[in-house]
Design a protein around this ligand. Structure first.
Ligand code: NI
Length: 182
């Protein structure tokens, strides 16, 4: 079972790598990593288990956050009381996006960033993503609002980008009125 300390911290330079596309079939190591990521993200959003196993709550993780420089990510989206939609996507690409941009009013978070960061991260309100499932079958996902932000955040990780990179430290709330808060 994955532990919080297994997740790379923002100071770790590996988070700056551009991850490489995966080929199929996935290795057993990659399958295990995906399983571990799903388990961690799900448990971390169930209060009792998060406390029991000392997990930081999070809805998304990219492989590089475990030190694996490969292009796959997992998102576990809470859609009801302890009810989750789980997404696994390999080699994801955003193929279309809305003109409208939004941001998380409370501030975006990341399992690799262990501090509160003030400021606005503009993200597309809606995105369509293409990629492959664990078996190598092509998949297409349409995401909006919080889920759309999660995909953009995780795809950034595959390119060595952290959410904090999008925030101007001098003007963390720059152009706030141009975007819709969620
Ligand atoms: Ni993150």
């Amino acid at each position: 079972m994955l532990k919080t300390k297994d997740i790379l911290d923002e100071k770790d330079k590996r988070l700056r790598l551009t991850s490489k596309e995966v080929t199929f079939p996935l290795s057993n190591q990659d399958k295990k990593a995906i399983h571990d990521m799903i388990e961690y993200l799900t448990n971390s959003q169930i209060d009792q288990l998060a406390e029991k196993y000392d997990l930081r709550p999070g809805m998304g993780m990219a492989a590089i956050q475990l030190g694996i420089p490969k292009r796959y990510l997992v998102i576990v989206h809470e859609v009801g009381e302890e009810e989750f939609d789980t997404y696994v996507i390999c080699n994801p690409k955003i193929i279309s996006n809305s003109a409208e941009k939004i941001y998380v009013e409370m501030g975006e978070g990341c399992l690799s960033v262990n501090r509160d960061v003030e400021g606005i991260v503009p993200r597309y309100a809606r995105v369509t993503i293409e990629g492959y499932d664990m078996e190598g079958q092509k998949i297409k996902i349409r995401a909006r609002e919080e889920l759309a932000i999660a995909f953009q955040h995780e795809i950034d990780h595959l390119n060595g980008i952290l959410f904090t990179d999008h925030i101007d430290p001098k003007y963390p709330f720059k152009d706030q009125d141009s975007y819709r808060a969620i």
